[in-house]
Write a protein that binds this ligand. Structure first.
Ligand code: PLP
Length: 376
């Protein structure tokens, strides 16, 4: 059996163990300590944002962001339908109501026109949405300037899910820094990893301060343990922040490598009619966390995502369907949705290709061989 090629495995820089060792040597084996402080500062400098709160996961960061905005029982949150369930679950943790917004054809992200329609319709139905939660899917920036402009018109705060888009920019400003708050993920498969972790980012002092308070079991400032609110245990370990510091040293390199992988796929598919990539908005840089394609059944003479995924699997290569839209998930299909068929079409036609930055030329050649033989 050939060695397995994974979709997007962790890729260590070699610097991580130094920072982890430092945590051990100084006995900072806790959810607080010098690695956490330094990791937060390094991300803040990289993104050019004032505050970063490192937390236990991207999901936790979304949960804290929602609580920060006062999202509670019965409140509505407008959210991208084409995403990972982790974007939506924290809305349910708050007993609030996700209202799904479909995608646009070019970037696959939340359609600004449909967003405007959804806001006006929710207001007409008697409720102004409490927050808007767009996603920068697979690292491709959403039309975030348009989205935040619409949100401002209606005075609704934006939380950007930048879990997949660390390193992506629009007009030279990082994704995640356009909204009132943004969230990042350092899960094992993301562009950089702490094995598991996330961050809440914002320019607003109070919001980050409150998030830190909530993430630390909402412990009030008293000489004894005193609580006036329900809190969470959502902080990041100082050991894991050490991994993050090692990863920060190669973040720019990883973004470059991800883009090289994307170019590799682009050139492979140029001569194959009926296979297209999603487009980036004007003046943007894309992390290309995962390279993805959509396959037109007719134009390719009957090729399908399932068939292609199976052909790759036969050579022990991992690939994946595009996220199944949230409004089509059994667990969410009772919630309101503003749809145009785009997300469903992308799901039916889309494949995420192996995008690991440690892939060798030999491995890329194996993938190229499967692509050539499957699509010929
Ligand atoms: C990974 C991911 C998350 C959640 O991050 P975790 O760190 O795994 O909790 C949220 N949204 C999107 C779009 C993601 O890809």
């Amino acid at each position: 059996m050939k060695q397995r090629i994974f979709l997007s495995p962790p890729h260590m820089s070699g610097h991580e163990q130094h920072f982890v060792q430092e945590a051990f040597d100084t006995n900072w084996i806790a959810p607080i300590g010098p690695n956490v402080d330094a990791f937060e500062k390094e991300i803040a400098d990289y993104l050019n944002i004032k505050h970063v709160a490192a937390v236990s996961s991207g999901t936790a960061a979304i949960h804290l962001a929602l609580i920060n905005l006062g999202v509670q029982q019965g409140d509505e949150v407008l959210v991208s339908s084409l995403t990972f369930s982790a974007t939506v679950n924290p809305i349910i943790y708050q007993n609030a109501i996700p209202v799904f917004v479909d995608s646009e054809n070019d970037t696959w992200n939340m359609c600004p026109e449909l967003l405007r329609f959804a806001i006006e319709d929710r207001i007409k139905k008697g409720k102004t949405p409490k927050a808007i939660l767009p996603v920068h899917l697979y690292g491709v920036p959403a039309k975030i300037e348009q989205i935040t402009a619409i949100a401002d018109e209606f005075n609704i705060p934006v939380i950007e899910d930048a879990a997949e888009s660390l390193g992506s920019k629009v007009n030279n400003k990082h994704t995640g820094t356009y909204g009132k708050m943004g969230i990042l993920s350092f899960n094992g498969n993301k562009i950089i990893t702490t094995s598991g972790g996330g961050a809440l980012i914002s320019d607003n002092d109070e919001l980050i301060q409150h998030a830190r308070f909530l993430a630390t079991q909402a412990r009030d400032n008293f000489p004894f343990y005193h609580h006036t609110q329900i809190g969470f245990n959502y902080r990041m370990s100082n050991v894991l922040a050490g991994i993050g510091r090692g990863q920060m040293k190669v973040l720019n390199q990883r973004v470059r490598q991800k883009n090289e992988i994307f170019q590799f796929y682009k050139s492979l598919f140029t001569d194959i009619e009926g296979v297209v990539f999603c487009e980036t908005p004007p003046n943007s840089n894309c992390s290309r966390w995962l390279s993805c394609i959509v396959i037109d059944f007719e134009k390719t003479g009957g090729k399908t995502p399932a068939g292609f995924i199976e052909a790759l699997e036969t050579d022990n290569i991992e690939s994946r369907h595009i996220w199944k839209p949230m409004h089509l998930q059994p667990v969410f299909n009772n919630y309101p949705a503003y749809t145009n068929g785009v997300a469903e079409k992308i799901f039916n036609q889309g494949v995420c290709l192996p995008s690991g930055t440690a892939m060798t030329n030999n491995e890329l050649q194996r993938i190229a061989n499967v692509i050539e033989s499957y699509f010929s």
